[in-house]
Design a protein around this ligand. Structure first.
Ligand SMILES: Nc1nc2c(c(=O)[nH]1)N[C@H]1C(S)=C(S)[C@@H](COP(=O)(O)O)O[C@H]1N2
Ligand SMILES: [Mo]
Length: 489
């Protein structure tokens, strides 16, 4: 067989296998699609050092990089399998079976798939083996071109149909039907002088489209509010199940909260603020009656992610949020409901697509990131960031230095700036909105032409000044003073 034909045989078999699995997955749950299941399993199995590297190098594009990398590996495997089978179809068949088994293994380890889900990777295995052997046989004849084209066409059609059917759950329709959420207690209008966006900081309230997004989900869980429930159980006297409607009918409160990701390097971008609308987890838990000895609220999402939050934080300030900036939560940020606990990094508190609240102990349950090397308890550290000037930029005229500082739930009391290791100068602070939010700051400096370095440090309302020692994000959040070098013209 000619090498091009051989390579194409393997490639088409892989394409057909993926497409068949994706199509069947549309009926048993898209996360059973072997391609997505292998990707999600890879995310869960990625060693912490590699995950760190991926986040630092690719940021929030890490998922796209993973999926693209998988595609490249699959294409290469297909071509290799085809080329190895120029004389006999056995090598390719073995590879098709092996890939199929990998898909089955990946799907079986997924926490968020039903019992029928194994049908999807089985379909992949069958399609891969069948298409490979069929094309291999045809390749020995001259008419094979037609078969190749038909196979490619069918595979693309099956894949696209699977994608369309698999995402048919009408989440947008469900969101629209809810309409605007009007809380009983609204946050007051943003005080004048809280927002320093004109000085180069982010807007005080982050729009949904600019809100940072961090999660382990390759495909956003699609849950309609009508079908969603939240189970409350564990060390409680009266376990309960809440529906979306029941939450909505309660007195909704609105609170401005800054969410922060533990993965931020010093100066990192994963921090955003929104007006969250919801109910107090504390109210729900008190109704259920928390038993003595419990110290952790263990929350689970529809896609199997888990987070463990200290119960005292949760009882005092935690929210079950169903809205963000006046609207139902966007799908990527947890629709229909998520947790928001001011003062805790997202990975130990902010479970999106939350479906289960288990009142338990730290001794008994470990959240998703804990066995992967991150701390079980992770209160947010007092930190600050320079947003202007940008690193290595050229500044003309007087130099405006501006940025953000945060210390949820303590609140920011002071931010200081120094240039070139000189004396610290106090920055002007934005109006204080809440101890659960960030605070903007700015300072004008009179700097001579040439290159300069500025640093900043925040002090919270307990009098604690942010640590100078440079620590990595892992295990419980980075520390160090952010510094920016630039040139004054
Ligand atoms: N279901 C689920 N919820 C999750 C996560 C996740 O991976 N899956 N990541 C957490 C982390 S690490 C952070 S920082 C916040 C980010 O929330 P956002 O994407 O709405 O900004 O969500 C938290 N909730
Ligand atoms: Mo995070």
């Amino acid at each position: 067989m000619k090498p091009t034909k051989a390579a194409l045989t393997g490639l088409l078999a892989i394409l057909a296998a993926l497409a068949a699995g994706h199509l069947v997955a549309a009926f048993v749950g898209l996360s059973a699609s072997p391609y997505l299941a292998v990707g999600n399993a890879a995310i869960d199995l990625t060693p912490t050092w590699l995950k760190e590297f991926a986040v630092t190098t690719f940021g929030t594009n890490d998922k796209l990089v993973l999926l693209t990398g998988m595609a490249v590996v699959l294409v290469a495997t297909g071509i290799a399998a085809g080329l190895a089978s120029r004389n006999t179809p056995t090598p390719g068949t073995v590879i098709a079976v092996a890939l199929g088994l990998l898909g089955i293994a990946a799907v079986l380890t997924r926490p968020d798939v039903g019992q029928l889900s194994v049908l999807a990777p089985l379909a992949s295995l069958a399609a891969g083996v069948y298409v490979f052997r069929h094309l291999h046989e045809e390749s020995t004849q001259d008419e094979s071109r037609r078969d190749f084209l038909i196979t490619a066409g069918l595979a693309v059609a099956a894949g696209v149909t699977g994608q369309l059917l698999g995402t048919r759950t009408d989440v947008e329709g469900s969101r629209q039907a809810i309409g605007d959420l009007t809380p009983k207690t609204k946050v007051p209008d943003l005080p004048v002088g809280a927002d320093f966006a004109r000085d180069g900081t982010p807007a005080f309230i982050t729009s949904a489209k600019d809100f940072y997004r961090i999660d382990t989900a390759l495909s956003v869980p699609r849950i309609r509010a009508e079908e969603w429930t939240l189970r409350i159980h564990g060390m409680v006297d009266r376990p309960a199940v809440l529906t979306f409607d029941e939450i909505r009918k309660r007195d909704l409160i609105e609170e401005t909260v800054t969410l922060t990701c533990v993965s931020n390097e010093v100066g990192g971008p994963y921090i955003s603020t929104a007006n969250f609308i919801g109910i107090r987890i504390g109210d729900v838990l008190r109704e259920a009656g928390v038993k003595a000895g419990a110290d952790q609220l263990f929350s689970t999402s529809d896609d199997g992610f888990t987070a463990g939050s200290p119960l005292d934080y949760v009882l005092e300030r935690g929210l079950i949020a169903i809205g963000m900036n006046g609207e139902p939560l966007p799908a990527e940020h947890g629709f229909p409901a998520r947790l928001v606990v001011p003062g805790l990094y997202g990975y130990v508190s902010a479970t999106k697509w939350v479906t289960d609240l288990n009142v338990t102990t730290f001794a008994k349950e470990q959240g998703y990131w804990i066995p992967r090397g991150w701390a079980a308890r992770a209160p947010i550290k007092t930190m600050s960031r320079i947003d202007r000037p940008k690193g290595l930029s050229k500044v003309s005229g007087r130099t405006v230095v501006a940025g953000t500082a945060w210390a949820q739930p303590k609140g920011v009391a002071k931010v200081e700036v120094r240039a070139d290791g000189g004396p610290w100068q106090e920055a002007e602070l934005g109006a204080d909105v809440s101890d659960s939010t960030w605070r903007m700051w700015r300072l004008e400096l009179d700097l001579k032409p040439g290159s300069h370095t500025v640093e900043c440090r925040a002090t919270d309302k307990t009098g604690y000044t942010q640590d100078q020692a440079r620590l990595d994000p892992i295990p419980d959040g980075a520390t160090g003073w952010h510094s920016i070098s630039f040139t004054v013209q």
